[in-house]
Design a protein around this ligand. Structure first.
Ligand SMILES: [Zn+2]
Length: 138
């Protein structure tokens, strides 16, 4: 039982320590305003952060960085990448959505004969009364 409690405590402790790194705080909305740069600038910031994280990871694996330094650099650039991504969400124009509703159908339905006013039977090509062609001009 004591072993189980110790195990649970250990897991909780590890989770608490690892949580900030595994699940970084999302950038709060107002901070997106700090990035007034263009989309290209933001992309640059994001890629720069990714590169820095990758470099730090490599240095860490090669023993050039202490774990503490590595975590500091990683969390710093992870924050930068997240902020850049959040700002990109704001900066990038919404993808062009297809227009809702029918915008000017190519084939305009003629429901009544323009000459005599007779109601056009469904799919009729000519007015049953006066013989006028009822196809929309193609
Ligand atoms: Zn007609």
């Amino acid at each position: 039982m004591a072993l189980l409690a110790a195990l649970v405590l250990a897991v909780v402790a590890v989770a608490l320590v690892a949580a900030p790194f595994l699940r970084p705080e999302p950038a709060p909305e107002p901070e997106a305003d700090a990035f007034e740069g263009s989309v290209a600038d933001l992309e640059h910031r994001k890629l720069e952060a990714y590169a820095a994280i990758r470099d730090a990871e490599m240095d860490f694996r090669m023993g050039k960085l202490s774990p503490a330094d590595y975590e500091t650099i990683k969390s710093k650039y992870t924050g930068q990448a997240i902020q850049a991504l959040a700002a990109l969400d704001h900066a990038e124009p919404a993808p062009a959505s297809p227009p809702s509703g029918d915008a000017a159908p190519a084939d305009i339905e003629i429901r009544f004969c323009p000459d005599c006013g007779t109601r056009r039977p469904d799919k009729a090509r000519f007015c049953p009364s006066c013989g006028r062609g009822l196809r929309a001009a193609a």
